[in-house]
Design a binder for this molecule. Structure first.
Ligand SMILES: *Cc1c(COP(=O)(O)O)cnc(C)c1O
Length: 382
């Protein structure tokens, strides 16, 4: 249960008092050395005042008992997975995960004796098919990158409970504004706070949110791995989250309008956005999300030159990251998914003409005309 409403929590939850000067915002404590009479306080123990305050805010936004702030999304993800997987254990993962997570599993897990399987598709049955006797964790990411497919949170949580497994979700693409997986029975939420939580393309950070019971092993491993965020960045991230709800709701709105606009555009072959009725998972998304996110993907029609399209954009910037207040695009075939073979990409539905779009908070009319102009300019006359 929330003790205040979401937007109020974004602004106020976890704020530190300034008893001396009565400042309106959290004071920043940069000290790495604290007196030992009272507590064992040290930045790597995640217990500086600013870390504790921000962890409370993120926990509140996810409806969790506890939060933990990390130096990157991958620090949060690797710590959470390694806390729950030991030599001899097995994990079932979604097949189209964030590339860094796939790398962690495929490149490194064998060194720790951890076994894994990727579900063939996103249906609960596909996850069930891969559960074996030594399975301990199910790991998902929804909406997925870049095709915005939706995994059924409640079905996965129920499946895991019936097999005594722990569930983890990467909730980065949705953000806590649009989706709170713990409410559907998922155990552990991880975030790349580099994306919506930070929201201005200037902070690298990560977070975990879950019950106190689920946090215990994560905290134990986290202290040893030492993937903390510096207190200065913690303080900046706290400031960023004050506007999280405003930003994301505007990004949702822009994404919906752009998805509709692009669906009608002759130079666009296909649009992937869960807010569209035509999206195969639209009903499921409506059931488990408060908003459909600021992320969408679309395929340029045949005869539209991808590179010319990209070069013709004037406001929208081609960059690798996402979720900032500025609109950006990425071409998955040459960035996030370039390590896959062309056949591997084709199997996931990622064509060379696919553009992933991260909606900013600009005026929709400017975004539409920027896209429209670039799409028309890029028509291949050859
Ligand atoms: C960016 C991203 C990550 C990794 O986060 P970093 O902060 O770059 O370590 C993990 N998951 C998703 C879905 C992401 O977009």
């Amino acid at each position: 249960m929330r003790n205040k409403h979401f937007d109020t929590q974004c602004v106020h939850e976890g704020q530190l008092d300034d008893p001396i000067y009565k400042g309106a915002i959290s004071p920043l404590y940069l000290s790495t050395a604290y007196g030992y009479e009272e507590t064992d306080r040290y930045p790597r123990y995640f217990n500086t005042p600013n870390q504790v305050g921000l962890a409370k805010k993120i926990a509140a936004l996810e409806g969790a008992e506890e939060g933990l702030i990390f130096g990157s999304g991958m620090a949060a993800i690797s710590t959470a997975l390694l806390a729950y997987l030991h030599a001899g254990d097995h994990v079932v993962l979604q097949n189209d995960l964030y590339g860094g997570t796939t790398n962690l599993v495929v490149e490194h897990f064998h060194k720790y004796g951890i076994d894994y399987s990727f579900a063939e598709n996103l249906t609960p049955d596909a996850f069930k098919d891969k559960i074996q006797e030594n399975t301990k964790v199910i790991y998902i990411e929804t909406p997925s990158n870049p095709l915005m497919k939706i995994v059924d949170l409640k079905a996965i949580a129920d499946l895991a409970k019936s097999h005594n497994l722990v569930t983890m979700i990467d909730n980065t693409f949705a953000s806590p504004v649009n989706q709170n997986p713990l409410a559907f029975g998922i155990d552990i939420v991880v975030h790349s706070a580099t994306k919506y939580l930070g929201g201005h393309s200037d902070i690298l950070a990560g977070a975990v949110a879950c019950s106190s019971q689920h946090m215990t092993p994560i905290f134990a491993v986290a202290k040893s791995l030492g993937g903390n965020l510096s207190d200065l960045s913690v303080w900046l991230l706290e400031r960023s989250i004050k506007t999280l709800s405003l930003r994301v709701r505007q990004q949702n709105k822009n994404a919906q309008r752009l998805a509709e606009f692009l669906s009608q555009h002759p130079q666009v072959a296909k649009v992937y956005y869960p807010g569209l009725q035509s999206h195969p998972d639209h009903e499921l998304a409506k059931k488990q999300m408060q908003g459909f996110t600021g992320m969408l993907s679309f395929e340029l029609a045949e005869g539209v030159d991808r590179d010319a399209f990209q070069k013709s954009l004037k406001i929208i910037q081609p960059v690798v990251s996402l979720a900032g207040v500025e609109s950006t695009i990425t071409i998955p075939a040459i960035t996030s998914h370039k390590l896959l073979s062309p056949e591997g990409r084709a199997k996931q539905g990622i064509t060379d003409q696919l553009i992933r779009f991260s909606c900013g908070i600009e005026d929709i009319k400017d975004l539409q005309s920027d896209l429209d102009h670039a799409l028309k300019t890029a028509i291949d006359e050859g």
